[in-house]
Write a protein that binds this ligand. Structure first.
Ligand SMILES: O=C(O)CCC(=O)C(=O)O
Ligand SMILES: [Fe+2]
Length: 386
């Protein structure tokens, strides 16, 4: 057998070659460290150059962003995420996603407000126990599955998984009083709504807005997404706070087999407050760190609050049956909605508009009705009860 050559003509013996996995891990770590160092040095160099060159050069250079010179710098955060393409699938297939409950220190469902806040700060998410009562869950679940069936019958369903393994029911605010009430945290729809409202107000400040409220239906084999953050359209560099929060109201059990959301706990920030999502960051290192990629475990009736900077994605459901949830994305008050299909907010039919509370209208960023049809579902079949 050929032995690795451990001799070096320059400076004596080379270290032994580790077995492939060790070597890869070591090289990846070194690569990550060097990348970060390089990014930092670049930043310092840029600062120095800018200071030396003065205003004339800066003015000639024009408007620039962290990713170079990009007038559409909203792409910059997306560029970083490319490092993680295919990773959720690879980790899932190789059995490297673990249930969050396997880790003592990760957030557990609780109603203790201080604990929820601490979990959110430390891990980028927290889980509110019994946010909805079983009766409240049943009411929302029934309305969601009826609506989903109606959209399928009307050939207007948004199918998000291959082989019809997942369905998205967009813009639930238009599709049921029970959702409108939950979206604005009324106790009639979510018994711990006021607690969720308080926590979100701490996260985003008062007057935060609604990006979207979607029904998410995931059958066996569906649900898997690429790892992402929920403020990816915001250009880098990020300030030391999140722009928003995604809430997942769990109508059924969440765990690894059930298609519970995959998350990289702690990927949102360092203790110093600095975001980990920055130019030069090695995101794979976060995924491979401790605790790495986990599936959130949460009971029916709970809701998960996430920091929009935390790495996460929909997880594949491997168990039989269906995962039902509502996902609501909220933003700081000064921002336009960030989430997908959020422009649906402005397509509100007159008969629904009159049902919206003042707060909901403010949350949706609508002070006047837009008469355009909502497009995704024909209303003339009368299939959209409210
Ligand atoms: O459905 C999930 O588990 C997560 C979905 C998600 O990440 C999103 O909608 O941004
Ligand atoms: Fe997301």
């Amino acid at each position: 057998m050929t032995q690795p050559d451990r001799a070096s003509s320059a400076s004596g013996r080379l270290p032994a070659v580790a077995d492939a996995d060790d070597a890869l891990a070591r090289l990846r770590e070194e690569n990550a460290r060097l990348r970060e160092e390089l990014a930092q040095l670049r930043a310092v160099a840029n600062e120095t150059t800018a200071a030396d060159a003065g205003w004339e050069t800066e003015m000639r250079r024009g408007i620039g962003y962290a990713d170079g010179r990009s007038p559409t710098s909203s792409l910059s955060a997306g560029r970083l995420l490319k490092q993680l393409a295919g990773i959720s699938k690879e980790r899932m297939k190789t059995g490297r996603v673990r249930d969050s409950r396997e880790f003592d220190y990760l957030p557990k469902e609780t109603t203790d407000e201080a604990r929820l806040e601490a979990d959110f700060v430390r891990w980028g998410y927290c889980v509110v126990k019994d946010a909805m009562s079983p009766r409240q869950v049943a009411a929302q679940l029934e309305r969601l599955s009826d609506q989903a069936a109606a959209e399928r019958r009307a050939n207007a369903a948004t199918i998000t998984g291959r082989n019809e393994t997942a369905q998205l029911v967009a813009n639930l605010v238009l599709k049921g009083a029970v959702f409108r009430a939950a979206v604005e945290f009324k106790e009639s729809a979510a018994q711990r709504g006021p607690l969720v409202d308080r926590l979100l107000t701490k996260v985003m400040g008062e007057g935060f807005g609604l990006g979207c409220a979607h029904g998410s239906i995931v059958h066996q084999g569906g649900g898997l997404q690429e790892l992402h953050i929920d403020q990816v359209s915001m250009p880098l560099p990020y300030p030391p706070f999140p722009f928003g929060s995604l809430i997942i109201w769990c109508y059924t059990e969440f765990n690894l087999a059930a298609g519970g959301t995959y998350i990289v706990p702690g990927s949102h920030r360092a203790a110093s407050g600095a975001t980990r999502f920055r130019a030069g960051a090695d995101l794979l290192r976060l995924v491979d760190g401790e605790p790495g990629l986990v599936a959130i475990c949460a009971s029916p009736g709970s809701c998960v609050l996430t920091d929009t900077r935390v790495l996460h994605c929909g997880g594949r459901r491997t168990a039989e049956g269906t995962r039902y949830a509502m996902r609501c994305h909220y933003n700081r008050h000064f921002m336009r909605a960030l989430h997908e299909q959020s422009n649906a907010n402005v397509h509100v039919p007159d008969d629904v508009y009159v049902l919206l509370s003042e707060r909901l209208k403010r949350m949706m960023g609508i002070t006047a009705n837009n008469h355009a049809p909502i497009g995704e579902l024909s209303m003339d079949g009368g299939d959209a009860p409210r």
